[in-house]
Design a protein around this ligand. Structure first.
Ligand SMILES: *[C@@H]1O[C@H](CO)[C@@H](O)[C@H](O)[C@H]1NC(C)=O
Ligand SMILES: *[C@@H]1O[C@H](CO)[C@@H](O)[C@H](O)[C@H]1NC(C)=O
Length: 461
């Protein structure tokens, strides 16, 4: 892991019990304050990101009659260069149903790496808090995602204006009410149409010239031939993402499989005293996940992945794979690797494969990625961001929490680690089945908000 600093590793072995060494070593670089990554870089991201879209879409609860308004802000393409007059339109959503007027707070939901739908201001915790506060709820789609893509598309010259710093630059929104203290910047876009990838069909095609693919792997539902090593690595990454997603969205609406269901499938045989056929269970798990995404098979063509990621016309789906890959190569890293001895995917040449993708798609070298990650950590302060009135909320079963701030460093930089909660679970709409720890977590968020909004009010008077 030479060259990429700021790495963290997390073992999730205990989640799957002893029989299955269900450990997934997560290793990632970069921890910009306030950003909540939800997908690694690279091919595994494609599956994980589709699952993420599904979770967000189903949690969006875009019911009829709620009618939030969509609007468009004219924004400078380069906010750091005042002599560059080019602009683009950035989409936002407004829910003013509960707004009590000028002195009431404004809850601003900044979009992450995907499109934002109306559910971003009507569903989930910020919207649930709005009635009691008389708050105005606004969401702003991240530049270059969803429909907020500048004219000219996603070519490399244009992507220079895509970064978290461009996102955070002062926007030219006029006439908005005084902002409430920023609680955090959740990267939790609501999904638009889910992007089922166009995949070649044909299960278990024989390899060329008498080189059949490894018999067991082929049953797992790969889309194409597995005769090339890079394609086998691609399939293994997809399987890793399948396990990773069960952990990441454990217990959430829209997640096709949670940890217990996945482990149940893997341990089926062991439970009734017969030989454990974890492989059959994994195959079944893959089918469940593919079915939920409307896909027939697991993507396993590296060449196809690269071709898809090189396409510069904006995609109809809000997934934004190319944009996100660009941000991981130029800012974040976020590589999921598998180098711990307990990792169940031992053959993944993960890091070189991720870095190679930056080179193949954008011509960016491994050393430039390492430099970019170091700069990002230094710009945002890594895990000591020195923020004001920011509450960092994480779930302790979310693998990504290792990149966030989980310990308070002073009253103005608070942290909340919710026991048993998965990725961004606190943001999801409340459900009767929510565990008590999650309910208590939301109460703590509310109390923090009360304190800071109270202080802000006093300061204004
Ligand atoms: C700023 O914008 C002007 C006008 O488009 C351009 O000529 C100049 O190169 C830009 N400067 C930088 C640093 O990008
Ligand atoms: C018990 O194991 C056998 C052999 O693998 C399998 O056919 C059967 O379905 C299992 N029963 C249960 C209840 O899991």
């Amino acid at each position: 892991m030479a060259g990429v600093p700021g790495l963290c590793a997390l073992l999730l072995a205990s989640l799957c019990g002893l029989q299955v060494q269900g450990a997934q070593a997560l290793r990632a670089a970069g921890s910009p304050a306030g950003l909540t990554p939800s997908a690694p870089a690279g091919p595994a991201a494609l599956l994980l990101r589709r699952l993420r879209e599904r979770v967000r879409r189903l949690q969006g609860g875009e019911g009829p009659g709620l009618g939030p308004r969509a609007g468009w802000l004219q924004q400078p393409l380069d906010p750091f260069n005042s002599s560059d007059g080019r602009t683009f339109l950035q989409r936002y959503w407004v829910n003013d149903r509960h707004w009590a007027g000028r002195d009431a707070p404004v809850f601003l939901h900044l979009g992450g790496e995907g499109s934002l739908g109306p559910g971003s201001v009507t569903a989930g915790h910020p919207a649930a808090l709005a009635p009691a506060w008389g708050a105005l709820v606004i969401s702003l789609e991240h530049r270059f995602y969803g429909l907020s893509v500048p004219a000219g598309g996603l070519g490399s010259t244009q992507l220079r204006y895509l970064s978290s710093r461009h996102r955070s630059a002062p926007s030219c929104a006029g006439g908005s009410a005084a902002a409430s203290p920023e609680v955090r910047e959740p990267a939790s876009p609501e999904g638009a149409a889910s992007g089922a990838a166009v995949l070649s069909s044909g299960l278990c095609a024989p390899g060329p010239a008498g080189a059949p693919p490894p018999p067991r792997i082929c049953h797992l539902g790969a889309c194409g031939s597995l005769s090339r090593a890079e394609d086998r690595a691609e399939l293994l990454e997809a399987l890793q993402a399948l396990v990773g997603s069960a952990v990441q969205y454990d217990g959430q609406t829209g997640a096709p499989l949670g940890v217990h269901q996945l482990c149940g499938l893997l341990l089926q045989g062991a439970r009734n005293g017969s030989h454990p056929e974890a492989y059959l269970g994994l195959r079944l798990a893959a089918q469940v996940v593919m079915h939920s995404l409307g896909q027939r098979c697991l993507s396993s063509s590296r060449a196809q992945t690269v071709t898809q990621l090189k396409a510069t016309e904006p995609q109809e789906s809000g997934v934004g794979d190319r944009q996100w890959l660009y941000q991981t190569c130029t800012e974040f890293g976020f590589y999921v690797t598998c180098e711990d001895p307990g990792c169940p995917f031992p053959q993944l040449p993960a890091l070189p494969s991720h870095l190679e993708l930056c080179e193949q798609v954008f011509g960016l070298s491994a050393s430039s990625v390492a430099r970019a990650v170091a700069q990002t950590n230094s710009y945002y302060g890594g895990q000591a961001p020195g923020a004001t009135r920011v509450l960092f909320v994480n779930g302790d079963t979310d693998p990504w929490q290792v990149l966030s701030v989980t310990q308070a460093s002073g009253p103005s930089e608070a942290a909340l680690l919710i026991p048993g909660a998965s990725h961004c679970a606190d943001m999801a709409p409340e459900r009767p089945s929510d565990p008590a720890s999650l309910r208590r977590g939301r109460q703590s968020i509310l109390r923090q908000l009360q304190t800071w909004l109270g202080q802000a009010k006093e300061e204004r008077q």
